[in-house]
Design a protein around this ligand. Structure first.
Ligand code: NDP
Length: 296
C-alpha cells in the first residue's frame, strides 16, 4: 500500500482563490495588524510570508515593528490602540516574543473579536465547550480541512494527537472532539507512545521531534497529519518518517507542503470572518452570502 499524499499547497491555493473572490466584492477591505517585537529572523520571514499571502487575497496587512526592548505595558498600549481602531479587523502578535515579555498576558490583551490567531483564553474556552462562535486557531483549522479533503467520515474515529501545546495539540484535540472523534492526547510524559499511536485511525504529529513517528507505529490505513517543522542538516522535515510511513498509511501530509500552507490560508480566512462579524455588528452586511463564512 502506498499512501495518498494530501497536497496542502494545492488545498491552500484553492482556499485563497475562493477568499480572494469574496473579498473582491467588498467595498472596504479587511485589515490585519501584525505586531512584531524584536529581531527574530524566522519571525521576520513568517511575517513577510503572511503579508504577501494577505495582499494576494485583498487583505491589507499592517506590520508594526517594535523594538526588542519594548516593555510589557507599552506593548499592551499598542495592542489597546489596535483594539480601539475600527479600521483594524484582526490582530496577531508574532511569537516568540522577547524573553522579558509574558506572551500569554500580551495575547490576553487582544480583544477576542479581533483575535484571529484564536489564542485568547476566551476563544480557547469557546472551542473547549464546543461553541461554534469560537475563533479557532489557524493550524487546527487547517488540519481539519486537510482531514475533510480526504472525504473520509471521521465520526467515531480514534484520533491520537502527539503534543499538547496551546497553539496546536490542545485546540486540535478540542476541534476533533467537537467533530465526534474519540481523542487521545500524548505528550512527553506519555508511556508506550508507539503502542498508543498504533491505535490511531487518525494520527496528528505535533511534537517537534524529527521523524519520531515510525512506520511500525502506524496502523495500516491510518490518516497521518504531520504538523512538525524541523530542520535537520539544513533540510526541512516533519515529525513523521514520511518515506516509510507512506508505505502503511492511507493518507499522509508532506513537510513542506502540508499543514504549513494551510495555516497561512486559515489565518486569512479567520481575518475575513472577523471582518464579516464586525460589519454585521455595526449594522452593515458583507458579501460572503453565508457561503464559506460561518458567521454570516
Ligand atoms: P511545543 O514545543 O509548544 O509543544 C510540543 C509538544 O510536544 C509538547 O506538548 C510536548 O510535551 C510534546 N512532546 C515533545 N517531545 C515529545 C515526545 N518525545 N513524545 C511525545 N510528545 C512530545 O510545540 P508546538 O505545539 O508549538 O509545535 C509542534 C511542532 O509543530 C513544531 O515542530 C512546530 O515547529 C510545528 N508547528 C507547525 C505549524 C505549521 O503551520 N505547520 C504551526 C505551529 C507549529 P510536553 O507538553 O510534555 O512538553
Amino acid at each position: 500500500m502506498s499512501a495518498q499524499i494530501i497536497d496542502g499547497k494545492q488545498a491552500a491555493a484553492q482556499l485563497r482563490e475562493e477568499l480572494a473572490r469574496k473579498i473582491a466584492k467588498e467595498e472596504e477591505k479587511p485589515v490585519l495588524a501584525v505586531v512584531l517585537a524584536g529581531e527574530n529572523e524566522a519571525s521576520k520571514v513568517y511575517v513577510r510570508n503572511k503579508k504577501k499571502a494577505a495582499a494576494e487575497v485583498g487583505i491589507s496587512c499592517e506590520v508594526l515593528e517594535l523594538s526588542a526592548s519594548i516593555g510589557e505595558h507599552a506593548l499592551q498600549e499598542v495592542i489597546e490602540e489596535l483594539n480601539e481602531n475600527p479600521h483594524i479587523n484582526g490582530i496577531i502578535v508574532q511569537l516568540p516574543l522577547p524573553e522579558h515579555l509574558d506572551s500569554q498576558r500580551i495575547l490576553n490583551s487582544i480583544r477576542p473579536e479581533k483575535d484571529v490567531d484564536g489564542f485568547h483564553p476566551y476563544n480557547a474556552g469557546l472551542l473547549a465547550v464546543g461553541n461554534p462562535e469560537a475563533v479557532v486557531s489557524a493550524t487546527p483549522r487547517g488540519i481539519l480541512k486537510l482531514l475533510e479533503s480526504t472525504g473520509i467520515d471521521f465520526t467515531g474515529k480514534h484520533a491520537v494527537i502527539i503534543g499538547r501545546s496551546n497553539i496546536v495539540g490542545r485546540p486540535t484535540a478540542a476541534l476533533l472532539l467537537n467533530h465526534d472523534c474519540t481523542v487521545t492526547i500524548a505528550h512527553s510524559k506519555t508511556k508506550n507512545l508507539p503502542d498508543l499511536v498504533r491505535q490511531g485511525d487518525i494520527v496528528v504529529a505535533a511534537c517537534g521531534r524529527p521523524k519520531i513517528v515510525k512506520k511500525d507505529w502506524v496502523k495500516p490505513g491510518a490518516l497521518v497529519i504531520d504538523v512538525g517543522i524541523n530542520r535537520v542538516e539544513g533540510k526541512l522535515c516533519g515529525d513523521v518518517d514520511f518515506d516509510n510511513v507512506r508505505e502503511v498509511a492511507a493518507f499522509v501530509t508532506p513537510v513542506p507542503g502540508g499543514v504549513g500552507p494551510m495555516t497561512v490560508a486559515m489565518l486569512l480566512e479567520n481575518t475575513y470572518e472577523a471582518f464579516c462579524r464586525q460589519k454585521q455588528k455595526s449594522g452593515h452586511s458583507c458579501h460572503c452570502g453565508g457561503h464559506g463564512c460561518s458567521h454570516c
